[in-house]
Design a protein around this ligand. Structure first.
Ligand SMILES: *Cc1c(COP(=O)(O)O)cnc(C)c1O
Length: 414
């Protein structure tokens, strides 16, 4: 039975969400629109199968075809990133990170990771997380010009003797010098780990530096710029393969979600196509276009601009509205961003000084530089006139007209 025939309540909610996705400008940099093949794999019968264990050594019978599915995902990921070993079972980015830590660390070991307000992720040792009580996280920061402060990173590594040096961020917009980080880690005998959750698609396409050949461990989500299903993945050197596999299962998880792994296989195939390289290139061109438009309008951009798909903007300094106020105003205008702390934010995380936005999702819809210029003008208008509901509604109508020109999931309904 279809959802439509069986469950009118869920059908209504799904259709409302589909309409929201179609008619809004999705500027949250961690979001994207997957292909119809990825959706099909997610909804496939692979969801029915228990397959605890790994290819050729499962704890359940009947896994011969599941092994084929998982092999496709693994081989394609290896090809995409040049990885020696890949584990495609992590359920999402956060559990991938926890499994990666537990593969190499003992309780109480020291990890050097980036401060959350400077672009780091909660799972990199923020005090509110469970793992912050298990490992000893020390936090480094960016320098005032927005680059990673490698000299300070080295000084902190020499002082704290971490077992792991961690890079990779959620709200940071610049390139990372992985070779430099590896040099610092080698000097103190630490492991290296990069969490490329946000930029995996840009790395796969050759648009950004690839840490995989250099680093011991690389974790990622598969649903951000990589444009696959919601999920995680760990890549590592052959020497850590056994430890990583054990850490994911049985260390942290039970049965892998094989429908999601099938969808990862599709997404990786898509990312190997020439069209994906063009997509990734356009993501960066679009982000750079937004940067230029906002710079011209006098906005304060954190980290001095962008090398990737996202921008972090200080809206308090730029227009005297808080991150929360800006997010609400933009929401009313049909433009979805998220409020975000800026480096050493004087305000709290529930109403911070900044907003974070990016171009992966709008680029998937096919939008290019001219559309970015229009979007920047609307965003400026909405942020500057955050309390003017009539104005925000007028922008929303413009947004609707623009998004109508870039159809999404044509013919789909629930
Ligand atoms: C998004 C993200 C994660 C977490 O991924 P989930 O799938 O939400 O658990 C981890 N690390 C970084 C850097 C991220 O951006």
């Amino acid at each position: 039975m279809t959802i439509h025939a069986y469950d009118p309540d869920l059908s209504a909610a799904l259709n409302a969400e589909l309409k929201r996705q179609r008619e809004g400008l999705e500027m949250i940099p961690s979001e994207n629109f997957v292909s119809e093949s990825v959706l099909e794999a997610l909804g496939s019968i692979a969801t029915n199968k228990y397959a605890e264990g790994y290819n050729g050594r499962r704890y359940y019978g009947g896994c011969q075809f599941i092994d084929q599915i998982e092999s496709l995902a693994i081989e394609r990921a290896k090809q995409l990133f040049g990885a020696e070993h890949v584990n495609v079972q992590p359920l999402s980015g956060a559990p991938a990170n926890i499994a990666a830590y537990s593969a190499i660390l003992e309780k109480g070991d020291t990890v050097l990771g980036m401060d959350l307000s400077h672009g780091g992720h909660l799972t990199h040792g923020h005090p509110v997380t469970y793992i912050a009580g298990i490992y000893n996280f020390i936090r480094y920061k960016t320098s005032p010009d927005g680059t990673l402060d490698y000299d300070n990173l080295r000084a902190m590594a020499l002082e704290h003797k971490p077992k792991l040096v961690l890079v990779g961020y959620s709200a940071y917009s610049r390139e990372i010098d992985y070779a430099r980080v590896k040099e610092i880690a080698d000097e103190v005998g630490a492991y290296t780990m990069a969490d490329i959750a946000h930029i995996a698609g840009l790395i796969a396409a050759g648009e950004m530096n690839n840490p995989v050949p250099l680093f011991d461990l690389v974790t990622t989500t598969t649903h951000k710029t990589l444009r696959g299903p919601r999920g995680g993945m760990i890549m590592c050197k052959e020497a850590l393969a056994k430890a990583v596999d054990k850490a994911v299962f049985p260390g942290l998880q039970g049965g892998p979600h094989e429908n999601v792994i099938a969808a990862k296989a599709i997404a990786f195939r898509e990312a190997l196509e020439p069209e994906f390289k063009e997509y990734a290139r356009q993501i960066r061109v679009n982000a750079k276009t937004l940067e230029g438009e906002f710079r011209t309008r006098g906005y304060t951009l954190c980290f001095g601009g962008t090398d990737n798909h996202l921008l972090l903007m200080d809206v308090v300094a730029s227009r005297g509205v808080s991150g929360k106020e800006a997010q609400i105003a933009l929401d009313k205008a049909g433009i979805t961003v998220n409020k975000n702390t800026i480096p050493d934010d004087a305000r709290g995380p529930m109403d911070p000084s900044g907003i974070r936005f990016g171009t992966p999702a709008v680029t998937t819809r096919g939008m290019k530089e001219d559309d970015m210029k229009q979007i920047a003008a609307w965003m400026d208008d909405a942020i500057t006139n955050a309390k003017d509901d009539a104005r925000l509604e007028a922008i929303r109508l413009g947004v609707k007209a623009l998004t109508d020109r870039y159809p999404l999931y044509q013919g789909l309904s629930y």
